[in-house]
Design a protein around this ligand. Structure first.
Ligand code: SAH
Length: 274
């Protein structure tokens, strides 16, 4: 019990110091959406009103969300897995902040993928970084859902660079806003392993991560790297304001020469306060 308490204390110390030394927003990271500023207490007649406290609470949890979000974009999948293993409640904190941010998006990329699967219900799907398994819950397909923490009995907790699926066992691999770790190429490598020949790879990512004008990756370079991994590019959809969608299919025959793949860096997507 004592040990548990001291571990928790340490964690909060860590959270504090991380916030203090938070990299400046200008360091090559995408910034989207902001949270409301709390009212200035001095301008209120009742400074300790519940609405003021609610706003302070929202601000605090917004800060925790941003810290966790940045952590996920700047560490490996294995580090992220260990981080959440130590305190799974941080995962809930991350996801409530994530849902808050997503509620401002006019369209959710996961819904586009759900629609795409509607006419293809016989395909077996692997959802890499499934979050609350919304995809699995809204399609008829057989779906294997993976995330760092399992918040639903259907979700398998693992680092998605290393899933328990057999090689060539699924028809569709989905990454919906989940290419977060610094080792993201190893997630795509794992998708390639588990996909059947001609299987689909669907990637939805935050648009600004792929905007070279603001320090993002060149989508063509990213696409070229994915094709070098053994995929053919089928469709690039840039029509949405907030995210891009890339559709690939696993090549039937893999090239015999193994070449070094040049992956562009994918900058973190950081969320600002407003
Ligand atoms: N795909 C869902 C959730 C996106 S949030 C949706 O569209 O709603 C991104 C998710 O990817 C988070 O839940 C995060 O925990 C997960 N994730 C990031 N890196 C991961 C890894 N290495 N292994 C498993 N899940 C990972």
């Amino acid at each position: 019990m004592k040990e548990e308490k001291s571990r928790k204390r340490k964690r909060f110390k860590h959270v504090k110091s991380q916030n203090k030394h938070k990299p400046s927003p200008s360091n090559n990271a995408t910034q989207i959406h902001k949270e409301p500023e709390p009212e200035n207490p001095s301008s209120s007649k009742k400074p300790k009103s519940s609405s003021f406290l609610d706003k302070m609470r929202a601000r605090l949890s917004g800060g925790h969300f941003r810290m966790l979000n940045e952590k996920l974009y700047t560490c490996t999948g294995e580090e992220a897995l260990n981080y959440f293993k130590e305190d799974p409640s941080l995962f809930d904190m991350y996801h409530s902040g994530y849902q808050e941010q997503m509620s401002h998006w006019p369209e959710q990329p996961v819904n586009i993928i759900i629609n795409w699967l509607k006419d293809r219900s016989s395909l077996v799907v692997a959802d890499f970084g499934c979050g609350d398994a919304r995809l699995a819950k809204n399609v008829k397909n057989k779906v294997f859902s993976f995330d760092l923490v399992s918040k639903d009995p259907s979700v398998i907790a693992c680092d998605m660079s290393n899933t328990p699926l057999d090689a060539s066992s699924v028809d569709v691999a989905v990454f919906c806003l989940s290419l977060m770790g610094t080792n993201f190429p190893s997630y795509l490598q794992e998708a390639h392993r588990v996909l059947k020949p001609n299987g689909w790879l669907l990637i939805a990512e935050v648009k600004s991560r792929f905007d070279p004008n603001t320090g993002g990756a060149d989508p063509n370079k990213f696409s070229k790297a994915v094709t070098d991994l053994g995929f053919a590019s089928m469709l690039k959809d840039f029509s949405n304001k907030m995210f891009i969608l890339l559709y690939f299919r696993k090549k039937e025959k893999q090239s015999s020469k193994r070449k070094e793949i040049e992956w562009p860096e994918l900058k973190p997507c950081l969320y600002k306060r407003r």
